[in-house]
Design a protein around this ligand. Structure first.
Ligand code: NAD
Ligand code: IPM
Ligand code: MN
Length: 354
């Protein structure tokens, strides 16, 4: 029997609630499709920090190395600074395993209302491809005159030709595979950032030459933010730097209904290391502990994980079941205008699995 080793990091807040809901679905679909997911629960989280003074143990990266994939809920706690929690867990994993392609689909599913008026089901169907290892998140810098009145903070972006070219190439390959509008939109701010973004533009110009059948568009990030709202249906694959991709993928999530539906994959496309699958949303402390979090982003991230593991039919079955629940409209979470709880929604998804 095919058996996949999954590192399960539920994390904090609603991560602890959406993780069991998603695992219930993945286990059910695995049984139907004749494979097994063997999870190892790793309690790395803010609670772990309160107990041990760090988010994950020394050697955590080596522990993770042996898994086929990492399934992560969310990280972040109101009593801890976010730079401690995220730089202690999520961000080092993305970097250590060179998960340079963070892909974030945004689809307006049938049965889901966009906050934008007059949007038909399926009209929004895009993929934000976010560079995930360098750029504005390179974490290069420091403090000078620490805690003195003249304190200076330096935070340097790092853009490499290798980093830009490989993510842009990934976006073009995806546009080819997706068979959508066959359009890649590149996002920069090269009118103001005359080095990093200019290098990105040059890389884009080079890579696009190799994909003459794919249409291209280049937008400045401010105009892109506007156009994600004004004409979201015009996008297919959107490729952006780490920070721009982060921000734009919250916009693509909300215009397609809710961040509670937004899935993501942090991929090492070369498969040298485990890839990581997690919802776009965070630990949502404002609703945590009440059993009302929408588990669909986590479940759809699980579908992306199955796809990556080579279980595409099972992944498609999960996505199909989610679509059925949404279009039936009987068990919808609060963020989609319903009243169903986390476990109830997972139950409904399970009932539609084939
Ligand atoms: P958030 O995504 O946690 O929440 C934003 C809003 O969306 C909140 O109102 C929340 O209730 C709602 N929401 C999010 N997910 C939902 C779901 N599944 N169902 C229903 N409603 C949902 O973002 P935030 O409030 O900016 O951040 C909270 C914490 O999470 C912070 O510590 C932040 O650093 C962290 N964070 C972590 C990740 C991650 O682990 N990948 C991602 C984003 C934010
Ligand atoms: C995301 C999150 C993270 C990011 C934070 C929590 C560091 O917002 O995955 O979108 O900015 O990458
Ligand atoms: Mn984000």
């Amino acid at each position: 029997m095919r058996n996949y080793k999954i590192a399960s990091i539920a994390g904090d807040g609603i991560g602890l609630e959406v993780m069991p809901a998603a695992r219930r679905i993945l286990d059910a679909v695995a049984r139907k499709h004749g494979f097994v997911l063997t999870y190892t629960d790793l309690p790395w989280s803010s609670q772990y920090y309160f107990d041990h003074g760090r988010m994950m143990p020394a050697g955590a990266i080596d522990t993770l190395r042996g898994f086929d994939a990492i399934f992560l809920g969310a990280v972040g706690h109101p009593d801890l600074p976010d730079h401690i929690t995220l730089n202690g867990l999520l961000l080092p994993i993305r970097r250590a395993f060179d998960q340079y392609a963070n892909i974030r689909p945004a689809v307006l599913f049938e049965g889901v209302d966009s906050p934008l008026k007059g949007k038909a089901p399926g009209s929004i169907d895009m993929m934000v491809v976010r560079e995930n290892t360098e750029g504005e998140y390179a974490q290069v810098g420091g403090f000078v005159h620490h805690a003195h009145p003249g304190e200076v903070a330096i935070q340097t972006s790092v853009f490499t030709r290798m980093g830009c070219e490989r993510i842009i190439r990934f976006a073009f390959e995806l546009a080819r595979k997706r068979n959508g509008r066959r359009l890649v939109t590149s996002i920069t701010k090269s009118n103001a950032q005359g080095f990093s973004m200019v290098l990105w533009d040059r890389c884009f110009a080079t890579v696009r030459e190799q994909y003459p059948e794919i249409e291209t568009e280049s937008l400045l990030v401010d105009a892109a933010a506007m156009n994600f709202v004004r004409r979201p249906e015009s996008f297919d694959v959107v490729v952006a730097s780490n920070l721009f991709g982060d921000i734009l993928s919250d916009i693509s999530a909300i215009v397609s209904g809710s961040i509670g539906l937004a899935a993501s994959a942090n991929l090492d496309p070369e498969r040298r290391y485990p890839s990581m699958f997690e919802p776009v949303h965070g630990s949502a402390p404002d609703i945590a502990g009440r059993g009302i979090a929408n588990p669909l982003a986590m479940i759809l991230s699980g579908a992306m994980m199955l796809d990556h593991l080579g279980e595409a039919a099972a992944g498609a079955a999960v996505t199909h079941a989610v679509r059925q629940v949404l279009s039936a409209g009987q068990f919808l979470p609060g963020d989609l205008g319903g009243r169903a709880g986390t476990a109830e929604i997972a139950e409904a998804v399970a009932s539609f699995l084939s």
